[in-house]
Design a protein around this ligand. Structure first.
Ligand code: PGA
Length: 258
């Protein structure tokens, strides 16, 4: 099954209008890597402007989180439909920072992913264990439980992407070993086959996330069952993000080429 690599940047709560200059540098070059899908997820305040700057390019724009409902009395929340209306074509749900900061459990994440599907967005559904869970040997149990609870009915390879992000690797500069990444990604693929059927599982892209940077992207992105990356800190600057995207296309040039 041919899975086109996806390299998605998550700006989190970073970026103001001036930051769109970095996004424009990526938009201008995205078409040079036709074998890689490239996306940036700026904060909600910038999605419409980002979509306008990326118009006509191969760069996809995404949102970070969405409410499960399409509209209603939910002060401060944004729906998947609003994301789509602003120009996003994907949305991150279930990020560990949402799970930790906002108490989002698996059922809430599944409802958000279903909302993304309803609005025609690709849902990037995140799972990952904490350091304590890994130390206690619970990693696969936790990931299995999160997959069972966070994927809504109707999840397909076309409308969803799974991101494995060990919580202890996010923003820390630490990454799992290659063997650990391969073990978890292989486990996720097998679980997805049991849960969604072999065909869907074979087509679903599995991203690795957590301290991905230019210096480790080449190694991580060539691992078995790693179909791309979800990138936080290193997505804020085009000079950092572009080499990661290029590594997914195994081209490996810096920002100056191709
Ligand atoms: P990081 O974040 O690349 O800054 O570690 C990854 C993420 O949270 O998606």
């Amino acid at each position: 099954m041919n899975r086109k690599p996806l390299v998605a940047g998550n700006w989190k709560m970073n970026g103001v209008a001036a930051s769109l200059a970095e996004l424009e540098l990526i938009a201008a070059r995205a078409g040079n890597l036709p074998a890689v899908e490239i996306a940036l997820c700026p904060p909600a305040t910038l999605v419409a402007a980002a979509a306008a700057r990326a118009a006509g390019s191969a760069l996809r724009i995404g949102g970070q989180d969405c409410h499960a409902k399409a509209s209603g009395a939910h002060t401060g929340d944004l729906s998947a439909e609003m994301r789509a209306d602003a120009g996003a074509s994907l949305v991150i749900v279930g990020h560990s920072e949402r799970r930790a900061d906002h108490g989002e459990g698996d059922a809430a994440v599944a409802a958000k992913a279903a909302a993304a599907h309803r609005a025609g967005l690709t849902a990037i559904i995140c799972v990952g264990e904490t350091e304590a869970e890994r130390d206690q040997g619970q990693t696969l149990d936790i990931i299995g439980r999160q997959l069972a609870g966070s994927l809504p009915a109707g999840t397909t390879a076309a409308n969803s992407v799974i991101a494995y992000e060990p919580v202890w690797a996010i923003g820390t500069g630490r990454t799992p070993t290659e063997a650990e990444i391969v073990e978890v990604h292989g486990f996720i693929r097998a679980r997805l086959a049991a849960q969604l059927g072999a065909d869907v599982a074979a087509g679903l892209r599995l991203l690795y996330g957590g301290s991905v940077k230019p210096s480790n992207a080449g190694t991580i992105l060539k691992l078995a069952d790693v179909d791309g990356a979800l990138v936080g800190g290193a997505s804020l600057k085009a000079d950092d993000f572009w080499p990661i995207a290029a590594a997914a296309g195994s081209a490996g040039p810096g920002l100056s080429g191709p």
